[in-house]
Ligand binder design. Structure first.
Ligand SMILES: [Cu+2]
Length: 383
């Protein structure tokens, strides 16, 4: 029984060592080892890791060598009279100075790399990264564009109802896009709790802390899609807020920025235009179906005792200010979340107006509508 177990373990170990030593090149035992990444810094970090690993191996061999040598060379049988000396100045000096020198030897290149990593000077492109429960927001400071990046993995995959896809839990609706060869500085913070923005291929792992801004930077020369995740336990959906960065050639990046700006401009125009109640109701229906029916139901009747009815609700009928506030701020301690960051001004106004105008609400209440500029006004800092 015991023998069988040890044979299995031995075979397992042999297989592991065999797989390490027979891999194409020594650095390529990458599925066991740390990733080398794709940037100069990440390769440097990998180099440091290997250097220190081999120093540890050498120390291990010396220490265990001496230990095993002593165990076998000085058994009671071979050496019945143990020597009893104590205090040996040169030995004590040696075992103080040698480890000190080893530490310095490791500290010099490590500090060198750390100083490079902590360079917080301005980048060619500066992107603010904001962690939320449970998604990331990105704001390109120079171009004044921004968006949220949400997980897109299907719930069916998460609950094992369908096979898991290739990028399971590492796919988003909108990736960060950056150009090759440019210095990108990330200004990392959070909106609610502590998150951490981790992109192993760039050797970036930086805490996102509310009220603080931590920086990180990268220059990536290899186009591609890179994937990371939040690495600070941040609540129930911590495992569901991946980081995806697409590195593209400069001209492709310029096109992307132009497209984003155009979309923002269109949105601004939509916000400013004069909306009729009918137009808002029409637009609001789809938004209501997508965001609200799970709780308030498509007929606005809610679910008794859990989700209040919006049809005939006093707030929806007669209290425009409170209605707006609930949608913008959410209700503390209840399942009603804030939609301020999830819906554009136009969509927010549309969904509110839709609920004020549907299910007989227009007839039974004041029938007031909310237009996009009301939301813009609400969002302005109050003095
Ligand atoms: Cu997080």
């Amino acid at each position: 029984m015991f023998k069988k177990a040890t044979t299995t373990i031995n075979k397992g170990l042999a297989a592991i060592f065999l797989s390490i030593f027979t891999s194409p090149s020594f650095a390529a035992w990458s599925d066991l080892n740390m990733t080398q990444g794709v940037t100069a810094i990440s390769k440097e970090v990998f180099g440091l890791h290997m250097l220190i690993f081999w120093i540890c191996v050498a120390i291990g061999i010396v220490v265990f060598g001496v230990m095993f040598y002593s165990m076998f060379a000085f058994t009671k049988k071979k050496n019945p009279n143990a020597s009893t000396f104590h205090e040996n100045t040169s030995l004590e000096l040696a075992w103080t100075i040698v480890p000190f020198l080893i530490l310095v030897l490791m500290a010099v290149p490590a500090s060198n790399t750390l100083t490079k990593i902590y360079d917080d000077t301005e980048g060619d492109i500066n992107i603010q990264v904001i962690g939320y429960q449970w998604k990331w927001e990105y704001r390109y400071l120079e171009d004044n564009i921004g968006f949220f990046s949400n997980l897109t993995t299907d719930l069916d995959e998460i609950y094992n109802r369908t096979p898991k896809g290739e990028h399971y839990l590492e796919e988003v609706d909108e990736a960060v896009v950056i150009p090759v060869g440019k210095k990108i500085r990330f200004l990392i913070t959070a909106n609610d709790v502590i998150h951490s923005w981790w992109m192993p291929d760039f050797a970036i792992k930086q805490d996102a802390i509310p009220g603080f801004i931590n920086t990180a930077w990268t220059i990536v020369d290899k186009p591609g899609t890179y994937r990371g995740k939040c690495t600070e336990l941040c609540g129930k959906n911590h495992g569901f807020m991946p980081v995806v960065v697409k590195v593209v050639p400069q001209d492709e990046y310029d096109l992307w920025v132009a497209g984003k700006k155009e979309a923002a401009l269109k949105m601004a125009e939509l916000t400013e235009k004069t909306w009729s109640a009918e137009e808002l109701v029409q637009r609001g229906e789809g938004i209501y179906q997508k965001n609200c029916v799970a709780c308030h139901q498509s007929n606005g009747a809610g679910i008794a005792g859990i989700f209040p009815a919006l049809a005939g609700s006093d707030i929806v009928l007669n209290n425009k200010a409170r209605h707006l506030e609930i949608l913008m701020e959410g209700v503390q301690g209840a399942a009603m979340a804030s939609y301020a960051n999830q819906l554009s001004e136009v969509d927010m106004a549309a969904v509110i107006t839709y609920t004020r105008r549907s299910w007989g609400n227009a007839e039974n209440g004041d029938g007031e509508i909310v237009v996009p500029t009301d939301i813009v006004e609400y969002k302005k800092p109050k003095v």
